[in-house]
Design a protein around this ligand. Sequence first.
Ligand SMILES: [Zn+2]
Length: 288
Amino acid sequence: MSHVFRPLLSSLFAALPLLSTLAFVTPVQAAEPVSTIRLYAIDCGRIDVSDMAAFADTGEYDGKSGKVTAPCFLIRHPKGNLLWDTGLGDDLAKQKDGMTNGPFHLTLKKTLAAQLADIGIQPADINFVSFSHLHFDHTGNANSYAGATWLLSKAELDWANSTPTPFGVNPASYSSYKTAKMVSVDGDKDVFEDGSVKILAAPGHTPGHKVLVLKLKKSGTVILSGDLYHTMENRKLKRMPVFNTDRADTLASIDRIERIIKNTKARFVIQHAPESFDSMPKFPAYLE
Ligand SMILES: [Zn+2]
């Protein structure tokens, strides 16, 4: 190496601490638009359940402990970004050991906002927000995306806002619907009007409960369950939670969605089942 480079190198090294400081404060590069649809599965919290009794109205879970995941999903489509479910809420990450509420112990390792920032997505980049339903573990970060268009079921909203507040609902967590741009989704909804991202009505867990059906180029049909089931066993044995709002509607929804899974040879993601969620590409990897 010639002597000419020496001063240059030493001045570069001298500048390194400054460079790393700059790198820290410089915003992450904005995400490029996508040409094909991507599905990101994002860990938005985990729940240890000391007694799973409420997850089967036929007694099989009485006194048994279990674990459930509380994911968020980002769907990047050439025409916009859709956030499906918003997890436990980013404030939880401030509590290192999590928090306990009844039989539930909730933890969150990394906020949704920080995970999205890792791939260059800011809250303002989310064009649509939708929820499988309005239980607290799906609405935790809803208000952070008040600038998006909210795809909401009126039946679900009427139920969630009823008095007394239904079990599992935290109305403050989704209060931004009052000012957000809203599109009512009461039956099925083809979000981008090209058949690739469809919200399907699957009531029973709650009155406006939905599942999300995606048609991906390489992975084929992928269906996100919402809370149609909470565990792998509940799917196999057609069990359902004590707190579902309508048992007969749930069975009819199971019948419809299972037929669609069969007919489209879909990959079915049970959002709350760790075995299912953890089998998805680990964020920031994605399905396409
Ligand atoms: Zn639920």
